[in-house]
Design a protein around this ligand. Structure first.
Ligand SMILES: [Zn+2]
Length: 453
């Protein structure tokens, strides 16, 4: 390349660069909910520069070129983290050929509108998911690969080969699924750890205390549905129910039979705490299936979902064949699900928020707020629910230096609320602005703002 061309290129780059960098923003007069452990809300101005939080101080003047946004009487929080968002959309759930980039982008845009600035994609076709992660035009993504669930991953050799392949492709996590037996679960965990990445378990054939001993890093969903979690006298009937009525209907019997305060649950809770395993309970993905009230099925809620998802949901999903009696039994047992999560909370399990979109009626974005409401319903104070959706997620992801709290030097991922979420967790919905990497993604003044829903 000749020297003149190089100079011209450098000049062009210098000219173009500022357009790519968000302008500085001064957020004036807000109440900051920093979500740093133990820090009460305080009044301060925040200066965002580039993709970072540059200064937090009581009275700041806007530097030249900075845009000032009045956020007085508003509440400023870190961006939310959805720890269970299958953002690589798959038609018919087909991990081979079903990927649809356009729907994936719609989902990611919806997530940002509702203040979700980071997602963990807990099972996905690895090539597509890694490519989507690198495209960075939506929330920051960390991703797992294929769910290892028996089938073609039924031998230790096949599991090890797949873990090594996905690791080489650049996934952040390995996902181990319900039918994985303890020997295969162990193989996957060991292979992932040798490669330097962590494992997410959605487990049933491997019970949770066993998985904890084997070194699983994350367990997803509030419960395992393993027979061994039930009192011994109840297990045979549950196993028989699975054979007779199928696994999904048998879950009614499982929850009815569970002793929330019994020794089996105590062993589970203790193993989570002892092995520092974080859990995303995904209560919303259970409630939408098991207690699909108008709250989820209403036109108002469904209208917020991309069209492709609404079409997928027409068949009623995994509980589409349940009778009124099935639903009414599950409805009665449902408070136990909340009680389990409350036990985890009281024992000090690192809980995070996940939606498990796009399961039936789990609307991208909105559903994370519904999850927060369910956690509050379980008896967790709003301040701790908010910590689960921010700081805890960051900690679980190993990104606590970058995201999860409002601190100088951290990524400028912020949500500005009109109403105080500590008064009522439903106020997380009163979104005025979302900032992602220092850029305004949602504005109360813009058409289509997500602030009144
Ligand atoms: Zn999932």
């Amino acid at each position: 390349m000749n020297r003149l061309r190089l100079v011209l290129l450098l000049l062009a780059a210098a000219w173009i660069a500022p357009a790519d960098t968000p302008p500085a923003y001064l957020l004036k007069g807000g109440t900051i909910l920093s979500m740093k452990a133990g820090e009460p809300p305080f009044q301060a101005d925040i200066l965002l520069r580039g993709d970072r939080i540059a200064v937090i101080a009581p009275h700041l003047d806007a530097p030249p070129g900075a845009k000032t946004i009045d956020v007085s009487r508003r509440y400023v929080l870190p961006g939310f983290i959805d720890m269970h968002a299958h953002v690589t959309y798959l038609h018919d759930g087909d991990f081979g050929k079903g990927f649809d980039l356009a729907v994936s982008r719609e989902i990611l845009a919806e997530l940002l509108r509702y203040g979700v600035t980071t997602v963990r994609n807990p099972a996905a076709p690895p090539e597509k998911a890694v490519a989507l992660r690198e495209a960075i035009d939506g929330p920051a993504i960390v991703t797992a690969g294929l769910p290892l669930n028996g089938g073609r991953f039924s031998t230790p050799e096949a599991v090890e080969t797949e873990v090594e392949r996905e690791c080489a492709l650049g996934v952040d996590y390995i996902k181990i699924y319900a039918r994985s037996t303890p020997d295969l679960t162990k193989t996957a965990i060991d292979a992932a750890h040798r490669c330097g990445i962590k494992t997410i378990g959605h487990l049933q054939a491997t019970d949770w205390p066993t998985a904890a001993r084997l070194g699983i890093d994350f367990l997803t969903h509030a419960v395992s549905w393993s027979a061994s979690a039930l009192p011994p006298a109840k297990r045979a009937a549950y196993e028989a129910e699975i054979k007779q009525r199928g696994a999904m209907k048998a879950r009614i019997t499982w929850l009815e039979s569970l002793d929330v305060d019994g020794p089996e649950m105590t062993e589970i809770v203790d193993s989570l705490v002892e092995h520092h395993i974080s859990v995303d309970p995904t209560l919303v993905a259970y409630e939408t299936k098991f207690v699909p009230s108008a709250k989820y099925r209403s036109e108002e809620n469904l209208a917020l979902a991309p069209q492709a998802l609404r079409e997928d949901w027409r068949d009623g999903g995994p509980t589409g064949d349940w009778s009124d009696e099935d639903f009414s039994r599950m409805n009665k047992a449902w408070p136990k699900m909340l009680a389990i999560v409350r036990r985890y909370y009281e024992a000090g399990v690192l809980l995070t928020t996940g939606s498990d979109l796009p399961n039936i009626y789990v609307v991208p974005g909105v559903s994370l707020h519904q999850e927060m409401e369910l956690l509050a319903e379980a008896g967790i104070p709003p301040t701790d629910v908010l910590a689960m959706a921010t700081r805890n997620g960051a900690e679980a992801l190993g990104k606590a230096d970058e995201i999860g709290t409002i601190e100088t030097g951290k990524v400028a991922d912020l949500v500005v609320l009109e109403r105080d979420p500590l008064d009522d967790i439903r106020n997380t919905r009163s979104i005025d602005y979302v900032f992602h990497r220092g850029a305004v993604m949602v504005s109360a003044n813009a058409a289509g703002a997500a602030d009144r829903w």
